[in-house]
Design a protein around this ligand. Structure first.
Ligand SMILES: [Cu+2]
Ligand SMILES: [Zn+2]
Length: 231
């Protein structure tokens, strides 16, 4: 009489024994799977394109720092995020709403190197050391230059904050070029030329050339060369 239940309970014990063994095996397999997946994720992350970051500290002609421009590449989106944060002391320079904002080539040593300015000299001489707008194709007009960026709006208190995306360059391409903030607004070479009453008649080829090179945004009031680091 006792043999049957004991046999049964033995079988039960055996079954529960193999069940707990199965549970342990499953837990171990699960752990391996999770660890493996984690390693895979880490592996994928490590294989992702390296993020490069560019940064320019902008300063006025007298060397006063006024803020930063940061460039972060987003390879997935194939664009660069540009973050601008400026705080110009009221009265320190001419602050009036829209200001031309570009990356200049800083590639001609004969004009000087990086951001050079003598605050006592006429403002037209400031930061000419940064050279003209950075352009991959020398035939491009202003508006299409690689270094042309959206104009910056400075508030009445001299502060500006702006974030935009641009697909014209990645931070790695703009190392040691210079960000320039201009005194005046940028016309992006968008001058309606012609003989109609709603158009302007060209007064000289020099004027047209100047507009097509610069956007006529006036003197250069702040400058900062771009440093690039990799994350
Ligand atoms: Cu410029
Ligand atoms: Zn330009």
């Amino acid at each position: 009489m006792n043999a049957q239940p004991s046999l049964f309970s033995n079988r039960l014990r055996k079954t529960s024994g193999s069940l707990s063994t199965l549970a342990i095996v499953l837990v171990i397999l699960g752990a391996i799977a999770i660890l493996g997946f984690g390693a895979l994720v880490v592996g994928v992350r490590a294989a992702a394109p390296v993020e490069t970051i560019g940064k320019a500290n902008l300063a006025l002609a007298d060397g006063t720092p006024i803020g930063t421009v940061v460039f972060v590449n987003e390879p997935k989106e194939e664009w660069t995020v540009v973050r601008v944060e400026l705080n110009v002391k009221p009265g320190a320079t001419n602050v009036r709403s829209f200001h031309g904002f570009h990356i200049h080539a800083n590639d001609t040593v004969a004009n000087g190197i990086d951001c050079q300015a003598d605050p006592k000299a006429p403002s037209s001489t400031w930061f000419v050391s940064a050279d003209g707008h950075w352009k991959r194709d020398p035939n491009d007009n202003h508006g299409d230059h690689s270094g042309d960026m959206p104009s910056l709006y400075l508030n009445r208190d001299g502060k500006a904050r702006s974030e935009f995306t641009i697909d014209r360059f990645i931070p790695g391409e703009i190392f040691n070029r210079a960000v320039i903030l201009h005194a005046g607004p940028d016309n992006f070479a968008n001058i309606p030329l012609g003989l109609l009453p709603t158009q302007y008649t060209a007064n000289s080829s020099d004027a047209i050339t100047a507009t097509r090179n610069t956007g006529n945004s006036g003197d250069r009031i702040a400058c900062g060369t771009i440093d690039v680091t990799r994350n």
